[in-house]
Write a new protein. Sequence first.
Length: 208
Amino acid sequence: MSDLPSHCDPERQIQMARSGLERALEELLIRYRPYLKLLARLKLNPQLRSRLDDSDLVQEACIYAHRDFDKFQGDTEKEFTAWLRQIMANLAVNCVRDQQRQCRDVRLERRLHRLFDESSQMMERAMADSFSSPSRNARKRERAVLLAHALQELPADSREVLVLRELEGKSLSEIAQQMDRSVNAVQKLWARSLVQLRRHLQASLELS
């Protein structure tokens, strides 16, 4: 069983990992897996997404982050999430380049790095829309991370409808077709899920 509370301050956890506490590093990476999973899902257009497996990308990113943690120079959660995005973008570039058997493509590298950053910013905006009066705790945390954790706590259908509607911007009719439900059922699920999301966000902020 872990001795580290799940709501441990991220900066403190980063410092504990940097001090050489292996358990702190492992739990730090576990803590950010929901963020990485959501980031991977939102990352790319359909053409590129078909070439990359989200689960493999997240797993590889965690392996590289664990191996190269001594190269991380930051101290804050913002710096840490930016470093994780850089790792994921580099992995995505390598994967696409290997599949296409191409040499280095600077434009592709810039494009993928930009897409990961834009996905994280999209999550930040969704957090602001879903929680219009953030507390002091929310202001000092990365909102995209809080959103990913809150979504992770929801039932699968609730999480799916929110990702499709709030993050991917799909219409209710498109979601209904994708989830094989009526538009009315999707609308009700979406409304209930928003309430659930706000409750989980509030709980997360109280623990932060």
